[in-house]
Design a binder for this molecule. Sequence first.
Ligand code: CA
Ligand code: CA
Ligand code: CA
Ligand code: CA
Ligand code: CA
Length: 358
Amino acid sequence: MLVGFTAGCTRMEKQVAYVQTDSIVYAVAETAPVHSPDSEDAADDPAIWVNYNDRENSLIIGTDKKAGLYVYDLKGNQKGFYPVGKVNNVDIRYGFPLGSGKKTDLVGASNRTDNSLVLLAIDPYTRTFTNLLPEKVFSSLTEVYGFSFYHDRKRNRYFAFVCAKDGNAEQWEIQPPIGEKTGMKLIRTFNFGSQTEGLVVDDDLGYLYAAEEDNCIWKIPADPEKDPLKTRIALSDSLNPRIKYDLEGLAIFKKNSKKGYLIASVQGNNTFAVFEREGENRYLGSFSVGKDVFDATEDTDGIDVTSEYLGEEFPYGMLVAQDGFNHNGDSLDSQNFKIIPWERVSALFSPNLERKGK
Ligand code: CA
Ligand code: CA
Ligand code: CA
Ligand code: CA
Ligand code: CA
């Protein structure tokens, strides 16, 4: 095959040579601890809801897998609690069209109380949630575990992926609503091989990423009409000395509709691995969240990241990471979530990782 000089050159120019200059960032805030006792592994997965009408009043939603969903402001203060069940992972999508002609943002979660899916609408003015499912949606997986939404923007269809500890996964479609209620329909099932939890979908590029905990990160087409052919992300496995299993939460930082980063929580060595979002998902480096004003982040399960401007304190968005050991002085409190401004992560590399902001 002939590759023209110009094409080859363009491809090379696009690949920035990042050098990692530091490997530790520090949190600027932490959320209130979850209410399950400090001896329990309870906090698990966060999701950032960007309030596009009032950025500073965006929310962090965090699961307590023994109790329900917590809601925090960007300073980490608890603003609400929804005892919806033993919700493990949580995700957000925007602009779901209700039957009434209104649109709503969605909160979804995997509920291990009764092996069901949770689907809530966010009221942007009161910043409160209401149930969208008049009838419970039960999964046929042995135990629901990971969860991610997928919004197919071209066809304006909304889906949810859920996976289990045996590696099985389901894709559900949220049904056209009647009034302000909806239902969900099972579209297809597939398998990742072994215990898989962290899921994230890149809506723009059309891929589901899944963290098979003791193996690697997989990438598959999110479109249910496409073959769920799995691609293994290079250096997301034990060939990379910076990866120590388990692989846990995944999140996507979006500079724009094409570029950005895929970030993975690497639980075995308390680090976060950064991959390019585009192309072959090149591995760029790893970092940890160290002890400074707040304690370090250890044994992290879920993470979320946004590139959106969230007010003057978070002009380039933030990374939120669950902390398995929430120390406060000499005491170990119940688990919580650490909040890190994106520019601190960005500055670990030269040139800096991309920023979006205002
Ligand atoms: Ca844990
Ligand atoms: Ca796990
Ligand atoms: Ca800690
Ligand atoms: Ca987990
Ligand atoms: Ca703390």
